[in-house]
Design a protein around this ligand. Structure first.
Ligand SMILES: [Zn+2]
Length: 121
């Protein structure tokens, strides 16, 4: 499978599409290509200073770029988690880290449910 190169040496790893690092990198790439966004309002206009805080604050203010990036990451993570559930049928899936503050979680939940084998719903 071809995809974005990953630090592990493979290509197309979920981390490259669904992690906070990938979201920040996507934001920086889009901003450097000239996409207009309020993300820069939270980094004093410096693309290099964009971080998850800037992305989250812009998302909370309905910024289109931040919304797309967070939604896409949530969709990828939801699909990835549904694959694990479909294969291994774990009794529980636990998220840790950003927890309830993580804006991807709503998209993760929806897209996990959409891709589950129906016996799990
Ligand atoms: Zn990897």
């Amino acid at each position: 499978m071809h995809g974005l190169p990953c630090g592990c040496g493979n290509e197309g790893c979920l981390e490259q599409y669904a992690s906070v690092t990938s979201m920040v990198n996507n934001a920086k790439k889009s901003l450097s290509e000239g996409v207009r966004s309020s993300i820069l309002d939270y980094s004093n206009g410096d693309i290099d200073l964009v971080d998850s805080y800037c992305l989250t604050k812009a998302y909370e203010n309905q910024d289109k770029l931040a919304s797309r990036i967070i939604m896409d990451a949530g969709v990828f993570l939801g699909v990835g988690i549904s694959l694990i559930i479909n294969l291994l049928n774990p009794p529980l899936v636990i998220f840790f880290g950003g927890g309830g503050k993580d804006k991807r979680i709503n998209f993760v939940t929806v897209h996990t449910q959409c891709h589950l084998v129906k016996v799990f719903i």
